[in-house]
Design a protein around this ligand. Sequence first.
Ligand code: CMC
Length: 429
Amino acid sequence: MSDKKATLTYDGKTIELDSLTGTENETGLDITKLRAETGLITLDPAYGNTGSCTSDITFIDGGKGILRYRGYAIEELCEKSDFLETAFLVLYGHLPNSEEKETFKTGVNDAAGMPSDIIGHLNAFPKDAPPMATLSSLISVLAAHNTDDLGVAYEGESFTKPLYTIMAQVLELAAGQYRVNIGKTPNTYNPELSYAANFMHLMFSEPGQPYEVLPAVEKAMDLFLILHADHEQNCSTSTVRIVGSSQSNLFSSVSAGIGALWGPLHGGANCEVIKMLNSIYNDGIAPSDFVAKAKDKSTGVKLMGFGHRVYKNFDPRAKVLKVQVDNVLEALNIDDPLMGIAKELEEMARSDSYFVDRNLYPNVDFYSGILLKALNIPIDMFTVLFAIGRIPGWIANYRELHTQGQRIGRPRQIYTGSALRDYVDLENR
Ligand code: CMC
């Protein structure tokens, strides 16, 4: 709590509101007593100006384009860390020592091996089912197979067991569903491989023909996952926190997060960007015409992969990705015309007053699709990869919520419907 207070006068009554200042000097007014003292609530649709919690996990300065996990700059983590180490950091707040790092990796490896009758579930979905639908369902199915792990926990084995299960088996479930849908048998998790390489192996190894994960591919996938590991109180993380706040289990909370991430305004944007670039390329649309359409509200078209609720400057994840995509395309000797179109769109938007005045910059999804496409990931699985990367962040927030002992999430509303009226019998309506 800070010494500074705000005063609010309403209808002749004045009250004092405490303020709270975070590590990086962001300040919020504490309105928890507002209703009790005045009968008022605050109204902030879409929570654009509402802090729902305090958190030690991730810091974003949207004006300066800064993203840090537990105080470490995203750029440095991308350069020096790996996904499992970053996951540990996000979850527990410190970089693991070598013993902690090994224990964490072994925990994830040992939890691999999805229940054998889950194959029945994989087969039961329509072969063209959206992968985010199946993944969200399958994480819920894990709850049905792990009924001893449905309590609320934030430490000890009661926490690590479902944590490791989700982290290992999400790879097997996502890749297994893909393989079943194309008439192939799911592959078996390989504890010798890194987390990123395991995903590629689970997707693409064939019987007697293990998929060779090139270092550039492994690095790119690892970096993609690090970049997505957490992003403070976004739509899906807030969903996980609110579901978790009812003391629902970790599986159902993560499953709900996957549902929230699926939407095209959130994680689903990475698919939409590639679809947009493909249509510009295939239909021979001039990028300038597309930009003009995106500026014209009557078209309902947006420049997907642009804009962000919090970043009013470059999304630092997009900066890292842009360089990485260039490296990967070069290492794999791929000449993707979509990269040229993306750069052209970015250049145009960056010098167009519509985008400049609204602070619309490329976000993480603008270049990530081109990267995943270069790694042969099917377009409809791009958001699945986002979800896999975001799992440590969701679980860290679930854990933090319970360490803080936060009560059940329950926003208020201003009711604007009819006042009390009499029931009308059917024949008189
Ligand atoms: N193309 C054209 N205009 C845009 C765009 C865009 N991509 N994004 C925002 N605008 C306009 C918007 O119409 C509004 O204009 P006006 O002030 O004239 O009404 C202004 O910019 C402010 O936008 P907003 O809709 O109030 O911003 P928001 O904070 O509610 O939404 C957003 C943020 C990310 C949903 C939005 O920018 C968007 O839809 N972008 C495209 C989808 C996308 O790339 N989503 C991925 C986000 S990053 C991944 C993640 O973490 O989820």
